[in-house]
Design a protein around this ligand. Structure first.
Ligand code: HEC
Ligand code: HEC
Ligand code: HEC
Ligand code: HEC
Ligand code: HEC
Length: 468
């Protein structure tokens, strides 16, 4: 029986190749799996190899075996010159040999099914992992992956926002993914990757799996430090009371009023959603109000129903403007605030387009040290350590926000929250957006926040908030 089995899986060249492939991949798969079991961390590529690529080769090998057998039979029947050997196998369960064969076949299939289902299960797990999404196509996804790792959502998997639960979106994402792999292989993907994503799954099925849309947040205090570009890098404080609101009592209030389930806001905009032409609001009483910008094109554009992502378009891929990053590094002391003009000079050296991260680090370090040795030779030698720490920090800042190989520069991906990096809220909340009766969408500063202090040195409010 064993002899027969060996003969049948090796008798034609094709079957032989199939058998060799299947056995080799099986041994590899099992040994890699064992290695992983023993706690060896092979990284994402090992997972992709063990649970995606090897199983595929395994299946190819298995299918080659019967193909080879059928071809071999066909050839033999022709060679014999007669019809004595039928083309297709004949199954007669009364023959003991056939029964043995069937048994071997069933046992082997069962074994294969177990191996393949384990591999598929692990394969799906690998494909859902942040490493797979962010690193399998490392160069392509480097900006998104890096930004994700620094964001409040660094522990949320890519798939939880980009695919969400359920089989249909899973299949859709795999089909899109297959195309993306081809685009990467042929090097025909866009640089930078275009934003916004027009086929992103609606927030209801993704963000709202974790966040309760109408949760009452109320007013949220936000204190920000900025530094001026003067010699002493004067520290300025802005304190905002953001009216995030939410749903409480009879209805929703504040900023999160937009996502009240009883409210629906649709808008028409250009492809990039940076310019909004028209807004249609249906409030909780079902009353529809239309606003439009009289300067905007009357036809064309894209209609969309507003959800979380229209304000939070950067919940995870947050690229900060250079000034904000420097402010943060200065307030945490990574950049020494006592270095003269350090804010202005830092901005000068990093707000540029370098060819690569390495080139940026070199140019930034040279630029900063040069500035101090030319203008403040004493400080340059006294505080050389602080200067080089600052230069390193600026190189780091550049490397996590700018990705030359993907054509991602400062503000390639503007943030719509607020109105600093892009018109953001002001895309709708502006004086041109009006109803036919000339009523505006409110745009008074106090609608969205109370400015407790705006760019002030040592503001009174900070003593009220923190008497110490
Ligand atoms: C918290 C949710 C969330 C997570 C987690 C997340 N993304 Fe995104 N991502 C988004 C949203 C929202 C957009 C769409 C922005 C838009 O359309 O304006 C987006 C856009 C993108 C884009 C298009 C370019 C851009 O920045 O607009 C890519 C590529 C991308 N994500 C890849 C990834 C990868 C890779 C991961 C995991 C490392 C990931 N995302 C994790 C929410 C998320
Ligand atoms: C798998 C669960 C999950 C999903 C899906 C998710 N989030 Fe979150 N989100 C979190 C968690 C957990 C935090 C809190 C992180 C922390 O406090 O460090 C958070 C924090 C936030 C914050 C506050 C960020 C800050 O600066 O403190 C915002 C805004 C937010 N999420 C928006 C979104 C949006 C928009 C989406 C959909 C595109 C989304 N989230 C999808 C889990 C999720
Ligand atoms: C109209 C714009 C807008 C929409 C739509 C919107 N948000 Fe927000 N959200 C904001 C702003 C502004 C803040 C405060 C930002 C800050 O803290 O800097 C905020 C804050 C948050 C926070 C942090 C709250 C906290 O306790 O600190 C979470 C979480 C959040 N939003 C989730 C969501 C989710 C989920 C949705 C969709 C159901 C959504 N938001 C829709 C504008 C919006
Ligand atoms: C797509 C258009 C659109 C965008 C973008 C938008 N809003 Fe609105 N917003 C509206 C409309 C329409 C109203 C209702 C009309 C009004 O209150 O004048 C409104 C009302 C509000 C209100 C008053 C809610 C209440 O209690 O009645 C606040 C606060 C607000 N928006 C904040 C924001 C903030 C903050 C952003 C940016 C993060 C933002 N909006 C972005 C369309 C928009
Ligand atoms: C439609 C809502 C809305 C209106 C109207 C509005 N703002 Fe804002 N503003 C925001 C939001 C939201 C943020 C916070 C964004 C963030 O989290 O970074 C913000 C942030 C700010 C900041 C802080 C920027 C920083 O990071 O230091 C200042 C200053 C500011 N607004 C000034 C104003 C002034 C002045 C007006 C009136 C002319 C105004 N805003 C009107 C929504 C609004």
């Amino acid at each position: 029986m064993v002899k027969n089995f060996v003969v049948s899986i090796t008798r034609s060249t094709i079957s032989l190749i199939g058998t060799a492939l299947a056995v080799a991949t099986l041994v590899l798969m099992l040994s890699l799996f064992m290695i992983e079991r023993f706690g060896f961390e092979g990284g994402p590529y090992l997972g992709i190899l063990t649970f995606l690529i090897l199983p595929m080769i395994f299946v190819v090998g298995l299918t080659l075996i019967p193909i080879g057998a059928v071809l071999w039979r066909r050839k033999r029947s022709k060679m014999a010159g007669g019809d004595s050997v039928p083309l297709m196998p004949v199954f007669d369960l009364n023959v003991p040999k056939t029964r043995h064969w069937l048994l071997i076949f069933l046992v082997a299939t069962m074994f294969n099914v177990i191996i393949l289902s384990a591999a598929t299960y692990k394969g799906v797990e690998v494909m859902e992992s942040v490493e797979f999404c962010g690193m399998a196509c490392h160069a392509v996804m480097e900006p998104e992956h890096t930004a994700h790792q620094r964001s409040p959502h660094s522990r949320v998997k890519c798939a939880e926002c980009h695919i969400g639960p359920g089989a249909d979106w899973f299949v859709k994402s795999k089909l899109d993914g297959a195309w993306q792999l081809i685009a990467v292989a042929l090097d025909i993907y866009p640089r930078p990757i275009l934003t916004p994503l027009h086929d992103l799954r609606p927030a209801r099925d993704t963000c709202e799996q974790c966040h309760w849309p109408t949760k009452f947040v109320g007013d949220k205090l936000s204190v920000r430090k900025h530094y001026e570009d003067d010699e002493v890098n004067t520290e300025l404080t802005t304190a905002l009371l953001l009216r995030v609101g939410g749903s409480e009592g009879v209805g929703s209030t504040g900023i999160h009023w937009h996502v009240d389930p009883d409210v629906s806001i649709r808008y028409r905009s250009n492809e990039s959603r940076e310019e909004i032409y028209q807004v249609e609001m249906t409030n909780s009483d079902g009353v529809i109000t239309e606003y439009s910008d009289r300067k905007a094109p009357e036809e064309g554009g894209v209609w969309r129903t507003m959800d979380c992502v229209d304000c939070h378009n950067r919940p995870s891929h947050i690229y900060q403007p250079p000034g904000n990053e420097i402010d943060k590094a200065m307030s945490t002391g990574v950049i020494d605030q006592t270095l003269p003009f350090v804010k202005r000079e830092s901005l000068r050296v990093i707000d540029a387009e370098y060819d690569s991260h390495e080139a940026a680090r070199v140019a930034i370090t040279d630029g900063l040290t040069q500035y101090y040795s030319d203008n403040y030779p004493e400080i340059a030698s006294e505080k050389s350590a602080a200067i080089s720490t600052a230069a390193d920090a600026l190189g780091d800042i550049y490397s996590v926000n700018v990705f030359p190989q993907m054509q991602v520069w400062w503000n390639t991906y503007p943030n719509h929250i607020g109105h600093e990096q892009s018109p953001g809220c002001f895309r709708c909340h502006n004086k041109r957006m009006r109803t036919p009766e000339r009523e505006k969408i409110t745009s008074e500063c106090d609608t969205c926040h109370v400015l407790l202090a705006e760019e002030e040195e040592d503001p009174e409010i900070m003593y009220t908030l923190n008497p110490e």
